[in-house]
Design a protein around this ligand. Structure first.
Ligand code: XMP
Length: 528
């Protein structure tokens, strides 16, 4: 890769990925690696700058958590953040002390020393003309003595050394977190560091990335054939479009319809990939097989396992028919790589593995092609748009692998799935069509995930002159940035009213609609 690269060393902070996001927002390529990489790794990576993340640890407690010597010898600018600042202080001859006054949350930091990092970057000035930054702090320990060669760069009343710099060597450090959005100037500060101080060119852009990625895929694959499991989700769709751009008919997509997809989803995927892109797509309608295996099963985890195992089986059967295929392509993205313990030190938390990819490569004996491995979700979306995929598809809400299987509570039946699909489509249509006047955005764009859930209970209603005794759906809409925590969305009553009216009138079999007002935690986003 020809780009200027920044190396982020992870000491186990929960927000290390946000540092990478901010650096990429400054159009600079970066990667996160564990703090204990070797000196040789750092030399061969050849970073233009290095950033040291925060950590849950203390410098005097955990002596494993040090930056490698090569960080200081690389001759490139280094930025320490929070724990990164503390280890910089200790390793370069300063000191850190335990503080009985911990600082969490909002703080105002005064700039000192006229450093290049903070030059012209401030939120407000005090009457004495001191430049001030509004920042987010999260620390107990603090730097007590500057290392030789360093000067004071920032302070708060509780933290007299909240920033330090040795500008001759390009070493900077801040106790606060510039990577979080609660530090309004954080983006400007990180941009200043990577673009102006380190001199990175800002050459990380999606449009130009396509040519590079296409060339890489061609080189990797040569004249061999590739198979890819298309799910209709963003990641596999973008991977398919990119690989198809690179190798055309050497790619075969396998689209498994498990009968638990959203309304018209199968048709849309086929129209897009087989129709518009002219990609080779094998459409496997396995809905009867899936629903057969699921008959009578009510336990959510067993349902998930059956759907996952069946998916692998169906996909493998198709893959074996493609005897020339040597590669299995997957839409793995960077957060999957980092979070699934890509780090030796296992500092990042482990997320659940995706059921539809687990186990395939080993049993099929195929080589793995993962062209999105270095991209974040919003970069994947930008790439999808640049490849010509419709923005509606690329900016869709996430949809779980087991599909409607976890949105039909208890036993899954085809008639339940059919009712749910129609109710869900009405809800999504109303969300897309209702514009919030304050932001000018649709409620679909203002929510992170929204869907209907089928409740297999009957309630009494009245329609016309008759009594009805029909099923219930719950509507769920949440706002979240990371899906780990989520708030239920305060949708306008008029939107809820129109949606419920349409569902009850248009979907015979449903006579009651409820809205889920539970946050995560303690509820989860899905009902199962
Ligand atoms: P929960 O319900 O745990 O969901 O709050 C968090 C996010 O994960 C999605 N989800 C899944 N995705 N397979 C998937 O591929 C699954 O089994 C699964 N379960 C939940 C959910 O839709 C939400 O975005």
């Amino acid at each position: 890769m020809q780009h200027d690269k920044v190396l982020i060393l992870d000491f186990g902070s929960q927000v290390t990925q946000l540092i990478a996001r901010r650096v990429r927002d400054a159009s600079v390529y970066c990667e996160i690696h564990p703090n204990d990489v070797s000196d040789d790794f750092i030399k061969s990576y050849a970073p233009k700058a290095i950033i040291l993340s925060g950590s849950h640890a203390s410098t005097y407690e955990d002596h494993e958590l040090r930056a490698p010597q090569a960080v200081w010898d690389a001759g490139v600018p280094v930025l320490g953040i929070c724990y990164g600042m503390q280890t910089m202080a200790v390793q370069l001859g300063g000191s850190v002390e335990w503080s009985d006054h911990r600082e969490f949350g909002y703080a105002e930091v005064r700039a000192h020393g006229h450093t290049q990092l903070l030059d012209g970057i401030q939120d407000f000035e005090t009457p004495e003309k001191h430049g001030m930054l509004k920042v987010w702090m999260s620390h107990g320990d603090k730097v007590a003595a500057l290392p030789p060669g360093f000067k004071l760069m920032a302070s708060t009343p509780n933290c007299p050394i909240a920033g330090m710099a040795d500008e001759a060597r390009g070493f900077y450090a801040v106790q606060f977190h510039p990577e979080v959005t609660h530090t309004p100037q954080g983006e400007a500060l990180l941009r200043r560091f990577v673009r102006d101080i380190a001199g990175c060119k800002g050459d990380w852009q999606m449009g130009s990335y396509i040519d590079e990625a296409v060339a890489r895929i061609r080189e990797q694959v040569g004249d061999e054939e590739v198979i890819l499991g298309l799910s209709g989700g963003v990641d596999s769709s973008v991977a398919a479009a990119l690989i198809h751009r690179a190798i055309g008919d050497q790619l075969t997509c396998v689209f498994v319809d498990h009968g638990l997809l959203r309304l018209n989803e199968g048709r849309m995927v086929m129209e897009m990939f087989a129709g518009r892109l002219h990609a080779k797509v094998v459409h496997v309608d396995a809905s009867e097989q899936f629903l057969g295996k699921l008959a009578g099963v009510t336990d959510p985890e067993r349902k998930r396992k059956i759907i996952g195992a069946e998916f692998v089986e169906v996909f493998q059967a198709e893959a074996r028919k493609l005897t020339n295929a040597k590669w299995l392509a997957q839409g793995t993205i960077y957060p999957d790589v980092v979070e699934s313990g890509g780090t030796k030190t296992k500092k990042a938390t482990t997320i659940k593995s995706h059921h539809n990819v687990g186990g395939l490569p080993e049993t099929l004996g195929l080589k793995l092609l993962e062209p999105l491995r270095e991209l974040f979700k919003d970069e994947v979306r930008a790439l999808g748009v640049a490849l010509g995929l419709p923005p509606d598809m690329v900016y869709r809400h996430p949809f779980p692998g087991p599909g409607l299987g976890v949105r039909i509570l208890g036993e899954i039946r085809k008639d339940f799935a059919d009712l749910l699909r129609r109710a869900d489509a009405i809800f999504i249509e109303e969300l897309r069509n209702t514009i919030d006047p304050g932001t000018g955005k649709s409620w679909y764009a203002l929510t992170s995930q929204a869907f209907a859930v089928f409740l297999p209970v009957k309630s009494v209603g009245v329609m016309g002159d008759g009594r009805t005794y029909d099923y219930v759906v719950a509507l769920r809409a949440v706002q979240t940035s990371d899906f780990m925590t989520a708030d239920w969305a305060e949708l306008p009553y008029s939107l809820l009213k129109k949606t419920s009216g349409r569902i009850i009138n248009e979907v015979r079999g449903i006579n009651r609609v409820t809205y889920d007002v539970s946050s995560k935690p303690p509820a989860t986003i899905e009902w199962e």
